[in-house]
Structures are given as structure tokens and as C-alpha cells.
Design a protein around this ligand. Structure first.
Ligand code: LFR
Length: 474
């Protein structure tokens, strides 16, 4: 019999993909069967995701995956869904959506943060959840809703899973970004719900990565051409959890940067850290696959570059502007790439010039400023992560889109003084596929995260950047 195939639905802030993952004799391989754009849209006076459109794209991708596997005689063993975190759709009892889900980039929470902290001071929130303050954490978004009555909040991957299977659950790694999950127990903190006037049943029951969510609804099986007994399996549905699961680290002495729209910079721990120093440094304790703690800081990311490229249009290509930026001298102007001022879309080059207090005359100068600044943030955050956690690190793994940005990787090695192992670019999809494969028994019995990472290492291409004083080597 042909080996089983796993379908990963992986949707980020700027694009989504439906991917087939195969477990070959020498490790996993991926085939992208459908790619579609995503982005925040101004809908009904707010920044939102058009999640109904995304679901249509998902179904189209699954139909292509069904065709593809029918042609090769393969069988799709399961489907897993991951997306960005914190955002959700409010669903009525009858399954209808109250409105298109808000994006975390919408400013609606600005006016409610104080009221939330008035009910439960941030110190207490952090002592329980260990979650870093971000103005868009789910807890603030819920407070900004005109009404929660008669609805349940389904995080975006859970919403897509519900539409595929009819089953409502709240996947645990993503639940850890809501701001109401207890970091130590991994359960919802009932006391916080009461104190914040959030209905106890606003989220459905938790589900852990690797557990089966359900099988396809007959209508979905009909639309996609997949067998109705095709299973949907919970994965690390927070994209960062899947990415970290697929960091190709050989031992525990590593730090990681999941570098995409955002940069998630940190280490993997077995217990949360909720000290005063950790709170001051705004470090977060998100949950990873197998109950691990992703002790990290959410830092600014390639969003700044993406927004500039969007503004510049076809006149500027990424490859050319990166080559020019690499040729510019080190020591140029810096911005705080981490500032909340860059969360909203539009007019990014202008905002960066303002923040830099420099003319930054060419696109290359703007790009160099962004990348120098990101590398500074990375280096600072890596040092903090090591200090706060006591975890010694010999290497920094950069995974995701940023792993392909050679200038960023080299600047990070230079600024941090640590070797950077870059890749795989598709860590998130690999983490999604491998958690499914493990649940299907394809990694042997009792496979751990270490085995998942060994599987990634067997096929992933990584490139190492040694710290240097000059950029002449790239
Ligand atoms: C990355 C990510 C981050 C989260 C941000 C908003 O795609 O999931 O981990 O902080 O998006 O959800």
C-alpha cells in the first residue's frame, strides 16, 4: 500500500496554502497544492478577515488535494488546520457567524484595555496566564464586543475545523493566546472569566494536538470529493506552535525565531515563568505541542517590509532591494521595530522614516533600516530569553519566511554573536503534518517532539550563518 498522506491547511496573515505532506523512507516532504492570498480588509468599518472566502479557498484546495491523491492512488489519512492566533469568530447556536471576524490589527481594543485591567490588574492576569501584554489578545477583543450573548467564540482554526466537521472545540496551543488560560495547568482559568464578566462557556472544550476532532461533514465530503470518513486531527493550530514543533534542533540548547509577519523569539521550556522580571520584559508563556511552554516574546516582524513592498508596488522587487540593502554600510539609522506604532497597515515607509528621524532616501535604505532594527530586537530578545529562563543556547534556529532572507540571518548572527541555523522555510506546515503523522502512528509508537524534530532534520535544508564583523561573506 502507498504511504498515507496528510493535508495541512496553513493560513498566515498574508497567504494561505493547502499542502500535502508525505512521509517517505527518509523523512517528510511537502507538496503545495493550492496557494491563495489573505489580508486584512476594511469591512463594515473595521479591519477584518474574510473568513468565508478563506473557507472557500480551503475547500478548493482540498478538492485539488483529493484529485491529486486519486491520480496517484494515495489516501489522505487526515487534515490539520493552523492559522495565526488570538482572533475568533462569534458563532450563534445555529452555526451562523455574528459578523466577519475582526483582525488583531483593528484598533477597537485601544479603548477597553484600561477597563479590563480595572477588573483584573495586568499583574494578576500575568500571574495566572503568563501571557505578554499585547493590545490585541483575545481577552481585550472579547471586551470590545457589543454583545457575547447567545454566541460561542471559535478561534480561527477552530472555526474552520467546525465548518469541516460540525465539531466545536478549542485547540490548546491557540487557547494559550486568549489571555484566559492558566499557564501552569493548561486549563481555562474559571476565576478570570468571572472577574472579567466573560461567560464560562464562551469557548468550547479544549482539544490537544494529536486528538481527533471529527470526520468531514457529508456536505464537505461532497464538495471536496474526499471520503466522508476523512479525519480532521487537531494540530498545534497556533501557527507558531506548529513552527516551533518543527524547529530542527538536535538538543535542548537552542533558541528559535519564527520569523514571518511577526517574529516570535524565544526558547522552549517545560514550566512557565511568571516572575516580575519576566512580566517587565513582556515575555509570554504560550503552550506548545505536548504541553511544552513556548517562552518567547512577540516582536515586530517582516510585516514592516511587506507593507513597504505593498506601498512601492511593482517598481521594487524584494530580491533587488535586498541586494542593494546588503551593499549599504552597517551602523545606519535604527527604529524600534517592536513598537505598537507599526501594528496598523498603510503608509509604512513614511512611518519608518519618521521613526528613524532620517531621510532614508531609497527603498534599499528603508529596507536596511528595517532589517538592522529587527536584528537588534532579535539579539536583545535572545539575550533576555536566555537570562530570564537560565537556558543556555548554542544556536539560534530561524524558521519561516525570514529564514530565506540572507541579510536578516547574517545581521542576526552578527548582532547576537550566535550562529544562526536558517530553515526550514515551511516549518509551520511541517509541524502541522508531523503531528498528524504521529497521531496516525507513522512515527512509531510513543514518538516525542525530539522524534518529530529528528524527522524534520532528515529532510530539511538548513544554512548556517556564523557571526562576523563584516557582511562580505553573503
Ligand atoms: C504569527 C502569529 C503570532 C501571533 C500573531 C497574531 O503568525 O500567530 O504568534 O502573536 O500571529 O495572531
Amino acid at each position: 500500500a502507498k504511504p498515507a498522506v496528510y493535508a495541512a491547511i496553513d493560513i498566515g496573515a498574508s497567504s494561505g496554502r493547502v499542502i500535502l505532506g508525505r512521509m517517505g523512507a527518509d523523512g517528510p516532504s511537502l507538496e503545495i497544492v493550492h496557494r491563495f492570498p489573505n489580508g486584512v480588509q476594511e469591512i463594515d468599518g473595521a479591519l477584518r478577515w474574510n473568513v468565508e472566502d478563506l473557507f472557500k479557498q480551503v475547500l478548493h484546495g482540498l478538492a485539488l488535494a483529493a484529485e491529486r491523491t486519486a491520480a496517484t492512488g494515495e489516501r489522505i489519512a487526515s487534515i490539520g488546520v493552523d492559522t495565526w492566533a488570538v482572533d475568533y469568530g462569534l458563532v450563534y447556536d445555529d452555526g451562523g457567524l455574528a459578523s466577519q471576524p475582526h483582525s488583531y490589527r483593528d484598533s477597537r481594543t485601544a479603548s477597553v484595555v484600561d477597563a479590563v485591567h480595572g477588573k483584573v490588574p495586568f499583574e494578576r492576569l500575568y500571574a495566572t496566564t503568563g501571557l505578554q501584554f499585547l493590545p490585541f489578545n483575545t481577552v481585550y477583543q472579547l471586551a470590545a464586543e457589543p454583545s457575547l450573548e447567545g454566541t460561542q467564540a471559535l478561534l480561527i482554526p477552530d472555526l474552520l475545523g467546525y465548518w469541516l466537521t460540525g465539531q466545536r472545540r478549542c485547540e490548546a496551543t491557540n487557547a494559550s493566546t486568549t489571555g484566559v488560560l492558566d499557564a501552569a495547568t493548561g486549563r481555562f482559568a474559571a476565576g478570570l472569566f468571572d472577574a472579567l464578566d466573560i461567560p464560562q462557556d464562551i469557548f468550547p472544550e479544549l482539544i490537544q494536538p494529536g486528538e481527533a476532532l471529527g470526520t468531514l461533514l457529508p456536505a464537505i465530503a461532497g464538495k471536496t470529493g474526499l471520503p466522508a470518513d476523512t479525519r480532521v486531527v487537531a494540530v498545534g493550530s497556533h501557527d507558531t506552535a506548529s513552527a516551533v514543533a518543527a524547529v530542527p534542533a538536535a538538543d535542548a540548547r537552542f533558541a528559535y525565531i519564527s520569523s514571518g509577519t511577526w517574529s516570535l523569539v524565544g526558547v522552549e521550556l517545560s514550566e512557565p515563568i511568571r516572575t516580575e522580571a519576566s512580566r517587565q520584559a513582556n515575555f509570554t508563556n504560550e503552550r506548545g505541542v505536548d504541553g511544552t511552554i513556548r517562552y518567547l516574546r512577540n516582536c515586530g516582524g517582516l510585516w514592516l517590509l511587506q507593507e513597504c513592498l505593498r506601498e512601492w508596488g511593482s517598481a521594487v522587487t524584494l530580491e533587488e532591494v535586498l541586494a542593494e540593502a546588503s551593499a549599504l554600510p552597517a551602523g545606519g539609522p535604527l527604529i524600534d521595530a517592536d513598537s505598537d506604532d507599526f501594528i496598523a497597515p498603510d503608509d509604512m515607509p513614511h512611518r519608518i522614516r519618521d521613526a528613524a528621524g532620517a531621510a532614508l532616501e531609497s527603498p534599499a535604505a528603508v529596507v536596511r533600516c528595517i532589517l538592522d532594527s529587527l536584528a537588534q530586537v532579535y539579539a536583545r530578545t535572545l539575550a533576555q530569553a536566555a537570562e530570564l529562563s537560565g537556558r543556555a543556547t548554542d544556536v539560534v534556529h530561524i524558521v519561516g519566511g525570514g529564514s530565506q532572507n540572507r541579510l536578516l540571518c547574517q545581521l542576526t548572527a552578527d548582532a547576537s554573536g550566535l550562529p544562526v541555523a536558517a530553515g526550514p522555510v515551511e516549518a509551520t506546515a511541517l509541524g502541522n503534518v508531523l503531528v498528524q503523522a504521529r497521531a496516525d502512528g507513522a512515527l512509531g509508537s510513543n514518538a516525542t517532539l525530539t522524534d518529530i524534530r529528528a524527522a524534520v532534520r532528515s529532510t530539511a535544508q538548513t544554512h548556517t550563518y556564523e557571526p562576523s564583523k563584516t557582511l562580505s561573506s553573503i
